[in-house]
Write a protein that binds this ligand. Structure first.
Ligand code: ADP
Length: 196
């Protein structure tokens, strides 16, 4: 089961992902978390990515596709994955399709968390106060949202063209309320072919 959790910065993907991944029995793979860990570690990849992330821009397709290619080849992803923050461009979506196709698989479902811009900004500024993420400032948020509209939103059109189900979930409300709406829309375990 390959599920893509999709939505603008601040829409709650990271908050909701653990529960969804546990339900599906697949690992939660978040490119933002992976990149931040590389920055923390001071690796070559981290040093390359840090200034780009701080500016609210996207790191290159080539680089992130390589990172994800090796991550998806790890044994825990054999049963599938919940992808958070990837694919973020149509080129990344096409690369993911090709990678999965070579293993006889495909993206099964896309969950779109829908949240209006003013609520997004409010949440990101709150997260800045709590966690101090370098890219959670009002100025950088504007650039991240622009990158989402220009480069990431077209990925939805790609999946619709490919006839991958895109499920829209209202992402406004409490963490528990949104979790309930996502869970109501998730495939049930028996539909996933798991013993329950
Ligand atoms: P958010 O929660 O704001 O959507 P993430 O934590 O997913 O942000 O990602 C933070 C930053 O990491 C992005 O703004 C971007 O610079 C970089 N990044 C993460 N995933 C990708 C990707 N698939 N392609 C390019 N850049 C990425």
């Amino acid at each position: 089961m390959i599920v893509v959790l999709f939505g603008p910065p601040g829409s709650g993907k990271g908050t909701q992902a653990a529960g969804v991944a546990a339900h599906l029995g697949v690992p939660h793979i978040a490119t933002g978390d992976m990149l931040r860990a590389e920055v923390e570690r001071g690796s070559a990849l981290g040093r390359e990515a840090a200034p780009i992330m701080e500016a609210g821009q996207l790191i290159s397709d080539d680089l992130i596709i390589r990172v994800m290619g090796s991550r998806l080849a790890e044994p825990d992803a054999a049963a599938g994955a919940l992808l958070d923050g990837f694919p973020r461009t149509v080129a990344q979506a096409e690369a993911l399709d090709a990678l999965l196709r070579s293993r006889g698989r495909a993206v099964d479902e896309v969950f779109l968390l829908q949240v209006p811009d003013d609520v997004l900004l409010e949440r990101v500024l709150k997260r800045a106060a709590e966690e101090g993420r370098a890219d959670d400032t009002a100025a950088t948020f504007g650039r991240r949202l622009a990158a989402y509209r220009d480069e990431t939103e077209p990925v939805l059109g790609h999946y619709r063209r490919e006839r991958v189900p895109v499920v829209t979930v209202d992402g406004v409300g409490t963490v528990e309320g949104v979790a309930e709406r996502i869970h109501a829309a998730l495939p049930r375990p028996h539909q996933l072919g798991q013993a329950s």
